[in-house]
Design a protein around this ligand. Structure first.
Ligand code: GYE
Length: 306
């Protein structure tokens, strides 16, 4: 498998491959770009794609996976909304001899034979990049720096890991204090709502760490409505680097963005081809990504595809 693939494999001669893809939902700009990448590259690869949107509910995803098993698709791929609770349905796919590929988010199943590979980012690393930048910014702090955190979907791999990675990097400085941490479910509306509540409850917020751009963008609305300047009165860090987030960064409203690449389609289609061809594939395929300050965002914004 070519881990750096940016284009989908060309269609092979012979029987058309059927791929069942159970998507998380349509909760964020990241997800929209991810869905488009999966759909475009399945088309390019000549696959018959069956696509479902679980609206961020695990039960819907399990239903979709069971339907794909009944339909005897060649491969099932999905981005698990939460980490736990997948063993039963994954065993059903295994018993039906349908290979499963995890994309974007991980599961916590002990039995790794339940899936062929996991393609996606290292979310702990993303959280660490965010924490490292903040720890560095406040390395000489003499007073407490109050941080509020907007977590992603409760129980999801990116929420768990981005929280853990960030905490790990800031724990060395006792002045860096997370005074409130709540889920905003990766959406703009929830990000705004929870930030409003944070601002009401705490008068001295210095930093916001949002687990994705959409929640940061919602929070920015709440911050502005409270008469404060995002990026100045409150330092903002987020994850994803989608176009709207990068725009806010270029305007100085978000100070630091950790990139999370949503364009997983080409690597997924390559893995599907390899699995169907019986080739051995790597158990973990990590995507590559960087970080952006406001200045960086200004430079690359015009060329940003999503
Ligand atoms: O960061 C967020 C989306 O699983 C990496 O899900 C993905 C996350 C992404 O809703 O914006």
């Amino acid at each position: 498998t070519n881990a750096a693939a940016t284009t989908a494999p060309a269609p092979a001669a012979g029987k058309k491959i059927t791929l069942g893809f159970a998507q998380v939902g349509a909760e964020s700009g990241w997800r929209t770009a991810n869905t488009k990448s999966v759909q475009d590259s399945a088309k390019e690869a000549g696959f018959d794609l069956k696509f479902s949107d679980a609206q961020q509910k695990q039960e819907n995803q399990i239903k979709a996976i069971r339907t794909y098993i009944q339909q005897k698709v060649d491969v099932i791929a999905f981005s698990p909304v939460v980490e736990s609770g997948w063993d039963t349905v994954l065993k059903e796919a295994k018993d039906a001899k349908i290979p499963v590929i995890l994309t974007d988010r991980a599961v916590d199943s002990k039995d790794t034979s339940l899936y062929a590979t996991f393609i996606g980012s290292d979310f702990v690393e993303e959280g660490k990049k965010a924490g490292k930048w903040l720890a560095d910014k406040y390395k000489d702090a003499k007073e407490d720096v109050n941080i509020v955190e907007l977590q992603g979907t409760t129980g999801s791999a990116p929420a768990n890991d981005r929280k853990a990675g960030f905490a790990e990097e800031i724990k060395g400085n006792p002045h860096l204090k997370v005074i409130a941490s709540q889920t905003g479910d990766f959406t703009r509306a929830k990000g705004k709502e929870v930030m409003q509540a944070f601002l009401k409850a705490h008068k001295d917020i210095k930093v916001l760490y949002a687990h994705n751009d959409d929640m940061a963008l919602g929070a920015i609305q709440a911050i502005e409505a409270a008469g404060l300047k995002p990026g100045q009165d409150i330092t903002i860090i987020s994850v994803d680097a989608v176009k709207d987030g990068m725009t806010a960064a270029s305007e100085g409203k978000i100070n630091f963005i950790v990139e999370c690449n949503p364009l997983l389609g080409p690597q997924l289609m390559q893995a599907v081809n390899d699995v169907v061809a019986g080739k051995s594939i790597e158990k973990r395929i990590v995507t590559k990504e960087g970080v952006f300050t406001s200045e960086d965002a200004k430079k690359v914004l015009a060329d940003r595809q999503y």
